[in-house]
Design a protein around this ligand. Structure first.
Ligand code: ASP
Ligand code: MG
Length: 426
């Protein structure tokens, strides 16, 4: 048993869905079936966020909703003959969505209602992909993952109940995979009282890992629009290198520093159960891509990781007292309280600096809570650069012409916060 995950870009139009069909057809080897996890098509999740935002604020959402409908109908028209039953299924989903949107209540929980709306992207994509596979004679069954992946009700960031989920997968999913491929939704879960939850944006990779861990699967393959795991984001860097093989440990650390290749929660369940993760290009399925697994490697190419929209905050005690454990713990408690993740920190005799993601609403509240005790200075619109497995050449290359506010280096990692950002390659 294997798990394949197809992201939004791999099902963004009819041609892309056909390509997924071709990839699965090439896999057919009789006895071994694949659990297919699919994300919402193209940029559907962002579009649903907009629809929801309008609905929640009692604004007119007909235009963005109708765009989304047309987008899905167009894909169906190109993939299926007229009168194919998929049409009715997709219409039903849009009707359910519309019915839910009309009940949205601005005085009720934002995040809970968000999950109920945004989940339609994956529901639509999985129905369409499953019908398409069946249409091209790839044996396949649609699975609603919400009663299977059981979570708590932490809306938009739900935590998985591993015991219940594993039981459900063993009892209801494993038997299905004896007979056909199974197509299910990424990113979704469900509570005991049957509300939909989501696992955090870009969470479909994590879904693939959850299924793989619970089956257990022999491997996971994430199909992407890049050749595999690269040492930098090709949108930001022109000369990227592909890792052919890399360890779980190394990948987890890259995700920690902000590499956006794989959802950070994905690695742990796979590493624990020693399930290899392949990252491959859906445009060149024959190419080997990257394998992430238990391995030791010597020196690998430096990885360049960029976190934008950073904020650097420094604290000084008002009476010039030294920074000590007691005032540090006050600062840490406030950081936790306002949900700021520390991306980098540094202390000197009388000041403590921390680099975090900027958040225009929480930042002033956080600083207000500490301003009686500390003099606080801050800078926003900064970029945090990390070079993992650096060498001197990579540091020279990346720091060239940049205004650096703070830097730090360990044996393996070089990081700096800069006023100078980085521009997307044309
Ligand atoms: N569709 C969701 C998102 O865009 C989940 C995913 O793509 O992994 O965040
Ligand atoms: Mg996506």
């Amino acid at each position: 048993m294997k798990v394949f995950k197809f992201g939004g870009a791999s099902v963004k139009d009819a041609a892309a869905v056909c390509n997924v069909g071709t990839i699965l057809q090439a896999q057919q080897s009789g006895s071994s079936y694949i659990l297919v996890v699919v994300s919402a098509m193209g940029k559907t999740t962002n579009a649903l966020e907009q629809v929801f935002e309008k609905a929640f604020h009692q604004q007119d959402f007909t235009a963005p909703l109708s765009n989304l409908q047309q987008y899905h109908y167009q894909i169906i028209r190109e993939l299926f003959p007229e009168q194919h039953p998929v049409q009715q299924q997709v219409e039903n989903l849009f009707q359910q969505l519309q019915a839910y949107l009309s009940t949205i209540d601005s005085s009720d929980l934002y995040d809970k209602q968000y999950d109920q709306v945004v989940s339609y992207g994956e529901l639509l994509a999985s129905v369409i992909l499953n019908e398409y596979l069946t249409h091209v004679q790839v044996p396949s069954t649609w699975l609603d993952c919400r009663p299977i992946i059981r979570t708590d009700p932490i809306w938009r960031e739900a935590k998985v109940d591993w015991n219940l989920t594993q039981n459900n997968i063993q009892n209801s999913v494993k038997p299905l995979l004896q007979k056909t491929h199974v197509v299910t939704q990424g990113f979704l879960g469900g509570t005991f009282d049957e509300f939909t939850t989501t696992l955090g944006r870009e969470g479909s990779d994590y879904t693939a890992a959850i299924f793989a861990y619970c089956l257990p699967a022999q491997s996971v393959t994430i199909w992407k629009d890049v050749a595999g795991l690269l040492n930098a984001d090709p949108k930001l860097f022109s000369d990227t290198v592909l890792y052919q093989e890399i360890s779980f440990q190394e990948t987890i650390e890259m995700a920690y520093y902000g590499a956006s290749v794989i959802h950070p929660k994905t690695i742990k369940p796979l590493a624990i159960s020693h399930i290899p993760l392949y990252v491959k290009s859906f445009l060149h399925p024959e190419a080997p891509g990257t394998v992430i697994h238990d391995c030791r490697h010597d020196k690998i190419a430096p990885a360049f990781i960029v976190k934008q929209q950073q904020c650097l905050i420094s604290f000084q005690e008002k009476d010039f007292a030294f920074i000590n454990e007691s005032n540090l713990s006050t600062i840490f408690a406030a950081l936790a309280n306002y949900r700021f993740k520390i991306n980098l920190m540094q202390n000197s005799a009388i000041s403590f600096s921390v680099c975090t993601d900027s958040d225009a609403t929480r930042l002033p509240l956080f600083m207000q809570s500490l301003q009686e005790q500390f003099n606080i200075h801050y800078n926003t619109d900064l970029t945090l650069f990390t070079i993992k497995n650096y060498d001197e050449a990579s540091i020279t290359h990346l720091t060239k012409d940049k205004i650096i506010l703070l830097e730090q280096r360990s044996r393996t990692t070089f990081q700096f916060v800069s006023k100078t950002g980085i521009t997307v390659q044309p």
